[in-house]
Ligand binder design. Structure first.
Ligand code: ZN
Length: 424
């Protein structure tokens, strides 16, 4: 089961100390390259201007802990990398509990978990622990020690392109900047690697497939700044992959327009496979769909995931761990995206070639075509021909007839063979 392979790969990548930029990102990309050797790894130097932003410095952290007067470590970044605020400045200072508390972040709503906190663009010193642990700390002196530095380096991203018969593209975008958090966002990275492996094994495909692995926000902006002209022309639909490994109901977040091919394929596949999915508007956006859908960029990218980021209690806490994701969760997401890929490959507009209704009996289509479904095959064929006007694609006709798109694709193949329709 590929779901198990994705889960195992997630377990391998989970402990890596990933932050916006630096060794963690490179290590992660090199691991993906073991699965997809074609991947290109690109570096963009700190200080590079990308649209309204500047590529920041890399952050290195060697040690981060708090110890008590008996030299016992209360928390240690080496045990859980969420304990240090990402991009925290260095400190080496003994202080009373009252002062220590000024440096500590907790999540009061989820008192037993360690929150994930970042401070990429502001100077800050901070550590994270559970609210319960903080409340249990006795009065006394504590040693806050963070050995970190910000250095000139580069932003690293990965890119894989599988050329198809045409240059029209389906894009998969995943983000590689979170430390040990399993569902948000590592699950999207590992799912992407295995979707890419599957496409590489496909024996020919009409479309081109692009996989992008970047740190969130600044990575997406950098990637768009470097590739905008080409992407705008060729990407027909795209998906952000994150939160793909839990086993709860599916979610879909629309593009800003809401009716792009990316939206229509997501809605079609989810409504046929998992009709209990939750639909979110673009107003609920949170990840890099923000950049793709922004004014002047206008690349239709939406989100299909299990629990949506920000909507599950484990989100951005130490409870988003390897117990929260599972092989079944990954398997389901893998199948949903493979269905989207199949639909992307097969979706076409057809036009009926005969004026008035064709005589189907003469062609053996009156009763000989059989397949399961609520409508009789004859009725579906007649309805398909009625709506095959050159504008309606398979998704549109499937919506109108309320017949699964794969059945209509079977019918289209028969009608093509009989020369009753033509592909637009
Ligand atoms: Zn996140």
């Amino acid at each position: 089961m590929v779901g198990k392979e994705i889960y195992d790969f997630t377990c391998r990548l989970f402990p890596i100390n990933r932050y916006l930029m630096g060794e963690g990102v490179r290590k992660t990309l090199l691991s993906i390259k073991e699965i997809i050797p074609e991947m290109q790894i690109c570096e963009v130097p700190s200080g590079t201007k990308v649209f309204d932003w500047t590529v920041p410095l890399e952050w290195k952290v060697r040690e981060a802990y708090i110890e008590n007067e008996r030299k016992e470590r209360i928390i240690d970044f080496k045990k859980n990398n969420l304990h240090v605020v990402a991009y925290s400045n260095a400190i080496d200072e003994w202080m009373p509990l009252k002062k220590l508390k000024e440096y500590i972040h907790t999540d009061k709503e989820h008192a037993d978990s360690v929150p994930y906190v970042t401070s990429y663009y502001n100077d800050h010193i901070g550590m994270c622990m559970s609210e319960r642990q903080l409340n249990a700390l006795p009065e006394g002196n504590y040693h806050l020690y963070i050995d970190s530095e910000k250095v000139k380096g580069s932003l690293t991203y990965g890119e894989i392109i599988f050329k198809g018969d045409t240059d029209d593209e389906l894009l998969f975008h995943s983000v590689i900047c979170h430390p040990s958090l399993a569902n948000d966002e590592l699950s999207g990275v590992t799912l992407a690697a295995f979707l890419a492996r599957e496409i590489r094994e496909m024996r020919g495909h009409r479309y081109t497939y692009r996989f992008v692995f970047v740190p969130e926000t600044i990575g997406a902006i950098t990637y768009l700044a470097k590739n905008l002209f080409y992407l705008k022309e060729h990407v027909k639909a795209g998906y952000i992959l994150s939160c793909e490994g839990d086993n709860r109901a599916y979610s879909y977040l629309a593009t800003i327009k809401g009716n792009s091919l990316a939206d229509r394929m997501a809605i079609k596949v989810l409504s046929e496979l998992h009709s209990d999915y939750t639909k979110y508007s673009f107003l609920d956006r949170g990840s890099d769909e923000r950049q793709y859908n922004s004014v002047g960029i206008d690349i239709p990218v939406c989100l299909v995931c299990r629990s949506k980021a920000g909507e599950f209690p484990e989100y951005h806490t130490s409870n988003d761990n390897l117990d929260f994701v599972c092989p079944e969760g990954f398997q389901g997401s893998f199948e949903v995206f493979m269905s989207i890929i199949k639909l992307f490959e097969k979706n076409r507009s057809y036009r009926t070639k005969v004026l008035c209704e064709p005589q189907l009996g003469r062609r053996g289509l009156y009763s000989n075509v059989s397949f399961s479904g609520s409508k009789t095959p004859y009725k579906v064929i007649v309805d398909f021909l009625a709506y095959a006007n050159g504008d309606n694609d398979l998704i549109a006709i499937s919506d109108i007839l309320d017949v699964p798109w794969e059945r209509l694709n079977e019918i289209a193949e028969i009608l093509l063979e009989q020369n009753l329709i033509e592909e637009m």
